[in-house]
Ligand binder design. Structure first.
Ligand code: NDP
Length: 451
């Protein structure tokens, strides 16, 4: 049977674009459909604009530090229009690069929605049908807002990049990556920032000491973090939103942003009708090779709700191509993924939290917390934290957790050692780089706890 394409990819985000490009470079004929903008969540409404906003929001503290170091600097406020104009131009540039990369590798792209009509056929929004030997679903995820009175007044991370003006006050609801990162961003930009989290501490699932350090730093920086608090109702009150919370308080905010999780984008794609299994959140169920119950249909990235991170989606895309087009069955490796949370203070982490490691086996914990030289000199109170969780039996470092400026950069490198199976003694025999913050990772002599 002959097909229009060897591969048709639905979704032009990080995972889909990479899979399409790599398959096409290897000689496959590839089509790709994207209904919104090329680059997907990460480039258009996620990691990239978020990180640029983190940078923008860090300048007031830098100016303050500069003064403490003897510089005569004055700070005359932040111009949202200047920043958002540059941000939009940058996103246009990046989207252009994505389009060019696809075209240069010979992928035929369609700027429209696609659904799956049968195991080998994709239906484009304009009614055209395209057949393909393999179909790859890489449609990502979308923010979800719980239903309650007035919930339609909330914005999500999709809209936060497109505010017409910077609000005077914002309420951010949620305690995950997105809520905690945006609390730092908005606070840094000078917006009066409140964060509600329904549980006892934000960043559930991460190392407890690390998330406590992050939360302390956020409060220190001026965020009004209210744990064990949730919204019960919201109503419009003039230009503002009146929020009633579970503690019975009523507060006015200019903007309320919900970051209470994301759902896989699988609705209406025609997948279930064909026998592709979906989970409770709508995630496409796949095996270790990203193959669905329908053998010609694969899925990668956030739509599969495995580990929802861009570099993971990219790896899943490459493993898919290796498996399907290069005759080399490869399952993406989801073990020991280093990750950064761009909160202020920033957190970098790889491997097991102390709590999870202790459930698994006897461990030693090496940890230190201190004021780093640069900030201490400037009189800032924020502390950094370095921590190694070590297996008593194998001496391997099971987890490394860093809360510090630049923790994301640091954990990338520590991640290599941990992934290689480095032991505590391997860390110890590495000479310290002095004076740095991370030298503490190789100079911690005595465990602070053993279990
Ligand atoms: P998360 O799933 O990480 O966090 C959702 C948060 O919202 C949790 O704190 C959760 O509380 C809370 N929540 C859920 N439902 C409700 C509700 N009904 N009412 C009140 N609170 C609620 O989602 P995010 O949206 O923050 O991020 C989505 C994913 O995006 C992340 O898992 C991550 O993989 C990815 N991401 C990665 C980034 C990075 O690498 N730096 C940055 C941004 C996103 P509870 O803890 O009690 O469940």
């Amino acid at each position: 049977m002959s097909f229009d394409y060897d591969l048709f990819v639905i979704g032009g985000g990080s995972g889909g674009v990479r899979a399409a490009r790599v398959a096409a470079s290897g000689g496959a004929s590839v089509g790709l459909a994207e209904e919104s903008r090329y680059g997907g969540t990460c480039v258009i409404r996620g990691c990239v604009p978020k990180k640029l906003m983190v940078y923008a929001s860090e300048y007031p503290s830098m100016v303050e530090d500069g003064r403490a170091y003897g510089w005569d600097i004055s700070e005359n406020g932040f111009d949202w229009d200047v920043f958002s104009g540059k941000l939009n131009a940058e996103l246009d540039r990046l989207e252009g690069i994505y389009r060019k990369l696809l075209a240069n590798s010979g992928v035929e792209s369609f700027d429209q929605r696609a659904t799956v009509a049968d195991a080998h056929t994709v239906l484009l929004a304009d009614g055209t049908k395209k057949t393909a030997k393999h179909i790859l679903v890489a449609t990502g995820g979308w923010p979800t807002v719980p239903e309650f009175p007035g919930s339609d007044l909330a914005i999500t991370s999709n809209e936060i990049f497109h505010l017409e003006k910077l609000p005077e006050s914002i309420l951010i609801v949620g305690g995950g990556y997105i809520a905690s990162e945006f609390a730092g961003i908005m606070n840094g930009l000078g917006v009066k920032t409140t964060q509600f989290y329904r549980g006892a501490q934000i960043l559930r699932g991460f190392d407890e000491e690390a998330r406590n350090t992050v939360a302390d730093g956020m409060v220190e920086a001026g965020i009004d973090l209210q744990v064990e608090t949730n919204v019960t109702a919201m109503v419009k009150d003039g230009d503002k939103i009146r929020v009633t919370d579970t503690k019975g308080n009523e507060t006015l905010f200019d903007v309320v942003m919900y970051a209470t999780g994301r759902a896989p984008n699988s609705k209406g794609l025609g997948l279930e009708e064909l026998g592709v299994e979906l989970g409770a959140k709508g995630e496409v169920k796949v095996d270790a090779y990203s193959q669905t119950k329908v053998p010609s249909i694969y899925a990668i990235g956030d739509v599969t709700d495995r580990v929802n991170l861009t570099p993971v989606a990219i790896r899943e895309g490459m493993a898919f191509v290796e498996t399907v087009f290069n005759g080399n069955p490869t399952s993406p490796d989801h073990d020991l993924i280093p990750t950064a949370i761009f909160t202020q203070p920033e957190m970098g982490t790889v491997g097991l939290s102390e709590e999870d490691a202790a459930k698994q086996e006897p461990i030693e914990v090496y940890a230190t917390s201190f004021k780093p030289m640069q900030q201490s000199f400037a009189g800032r109170a924020a502390k950094v934290m370095m921590k190694l969780v070590v297996s008593k039996a194998t001496r391997k470092v099971l987890g490394c957790h860093i809360v510090a400026p630049g923790a994301g950069e640091m954990i990338q490198l520590a991640g290599i050692a941990v992934k290689m199976g480095a032991t505590k003694e391997d860390f110890d025999r590495t000479v310290a780089v002095h004076p740095t913050m991370t030298e503490e990772l190789v100079t911690m002599k005595t465990p602070v706890r053993t279990t």
